[in-house]
Design a protein around this ligand. Structure first.
Ligand SMILES: Nc1ncnc2c1ncn2[C@@H]1O[C@H](COP(=O)(O)OP(=O)(O)OP(=O)(O)O)[C@@H](O)[C@H]1O
Ligand SMILES: [Mg+2]
Length: 445
């Protein structure tokens, strides 16, 4: 400020002095006034320049001018720079925050007091079939019209969630998507809606209930039979032959229960166990020999005329994995073929390498076959095509579920082909990584 006053006075004095020197002494004051007016004009021009720059583009402010206007420009520049930085930082923070909500697997919708959408993430938009930009400010109840949800939103009682079918169902999914939605009020009357896809959870729940019901049913049947026999033995005077017949039937039923429990234990072990080892190799020849032994014994045991059994091995190979599991899967497929093919029928077991290097163990039979609608369900737990026939043969309906599990654990698959009246072909296909030629081992060893 003193600088301004000093320059102002200096300008007046210089004006007065010039007038005094070039004109007369009486012109001194006129010269001083003219000097002061010149200073004021110059000052106004600089102020106007600063104003013009600020109106257009603040970044064009002079970096460091002289005098009060230069100082002012510098200070304004500093304040504006700080403000810009703050705005940029809070914008970046908001973007990061929104990106985090976008990445959430749950849907998030922010709703204003009137129930209009203020913001929603992609997940919610997909679940509701709405456009996250175009549908902003739309009433949510107009877009999600499920009566249970509309009533829930209007109730202002959000202590629990509401479960509905998702308004937008993804194409190619035959199961409807189930959504659990819960509103959480915030900042007065604003609301945040969280949605969660609970389809898998509900499916698992249904499967668990079905499983418990199936197991109970499977155990109850032989148990009822056993209880009946016990009662008969207790209440009726029976001769020795009848007694031994009843005891034989009772032994059969208890054996059935034992098999069921063993199969259930096998399944739960398969589910909980670590993946099968890759370094443990077993020759296919040994696995096939065991199958053959078991198969011939079973065939003799259940039929008088037996089956025409054949075993072939196109390549000498070794398999890596849990040998007990592999053996169990192979025996399971063979025992099915023998049990479901009437005596005199043919059962052909073969091992071969597929053109892509994978290994295939197959069991073909000339049994009754399975119609197409049953094939996809054969590997479900307790699924049997013909319950009475399976009962006769003592099956629990868990065999193929176990085989499929073992195949998957080894990175392979179970293939089923069947024609009613002609026979079936069950094949266990193992990936390249789990198959190697047996000769290579002896060379390496
Ligand atoms: N080779 C086959 N020929 C015809 N039907 C078959 C054959 N293999 C399986 N099935 C059908 O598939 C159903 C399921 O087989 P799975 O091996 O899972 O159960 P199971 O044989 O009934 O009982 P488990 O094997 O547990 O003793 C059988 O009940 C049977 O109806
Ligand atoms: Mg079976």
């Amino acid at each position: 400020m003193p600088f301004r006053v000093a320059t102002f006075l200096l300008s007046s004095i210089v004006g007065g002095a010039i007038a005094y020197a070039f004109f007369r002494a009486s012109f001194f004051w006129i010269g001083a006034w003219a000097g002061a007016a010149f200073w004021l004009l110059l000052d106004a021009v600089r102020a106007q320049r600063l104003l013009n720059v600020m109106r257009r583009d603040v970044s064009a402010l002079p970096s460091r001018g002289s005098g009060v206007w230069g100082e002012l420009a510098e200070r304004i520049r500093k304040v504006l720079r700080e403000r810009d930085l703050q705005i940029r930082q809070s914008h970046d923070r908001l973007q990061e925050f929104l990106a985090a909500i976008q990445a959430s697997p749950n849907g998030v919708v922010l709703i204003d007091e009137q129930g209009r959408i203020e913001w929603c993430n992609e997940t919610a938009a997909q679940q509701f079939g709405i456009d996250p930009k175009r549908d902003l400010q739309q009433h949510l109840a107009n877009l999600v019209r499920d009566p249970a949800f509309v009533a829930y939103l209007a109730s202002w009682n959000y202590s629990r969630d509401v479960v509905i079918d998702a308004p937008a169902q993804p194409t190619g999914r035959n199961q409807p998507v189930r959504l659990s939605m819960q509103v959480h009020p915030y900042a007065g009357n604003r609301r945040m809606l969280l949605t969660r896809d609970i389809t898998a959870l509900e499916q698992a729940d249904t499967m668990r209930r079905d499983f418990v019901a199936n197991v109970s049913h499977e155990i109850r049947t032989p148990l009822t039979v056993l209880a009946g026999f016990v009662e008969t033995l207790q209440s009726l005077p029976l001769d020795a032959e009848e007694r031994s017949r009843y005891l034989r039937l009772m032994a059969q039923q208890s054996h059935r229960m034992e098999t069921l429990v063993n199969d259930l234990l096998t399944l739960s072990r398969l589910e909980g166990n670590a993946p099968p080892p890759v370094s443990q190799w077993t020759p296919v020849r040994a696995l096939l020999a065991h199958c053959e032994e078991e198969g011939r014994a079973l065939s003799k045991q259940i039929t008088t005329q037996g089956h025409k059994l054949s075993f072939s091995q196109e390549a000498e190979s070794e398999l890596s994995g849990a040998s007990v599991e592999l053996q169990s899967a192979m025996s399971n497929l063979l025992s099915n073929a023998i049990r479901y093919t009437p005596g005199g029928g043919e059962v052909m077991v073969a091992w071969r390498l597929l053109p892509d290097g994978r290994g295939e163990y197959s069991v073909r039979d000339t049994g009754p076959g399975v119609s197409a609608e049953h094939i996809p369900r054969l590997t479900e737990r307790f699924y049997r095509v013909d319950r009475s026939r399976s009962r006769e043969t003592g099956g629990t309906g868990l065999g193929l579920a176990i085989v499929k599990h073992i195949a998957q654990r080894h990175g392979g698959e179970l293939r089923i082909e069947s024609t009613v009246g002609k026979g079936s072909r069950f094949a266990l296909v193992l990936p390249v990584a789990r198959v190697r030629p047996a000769a290579a081992v002896s060379l390496r060893a």
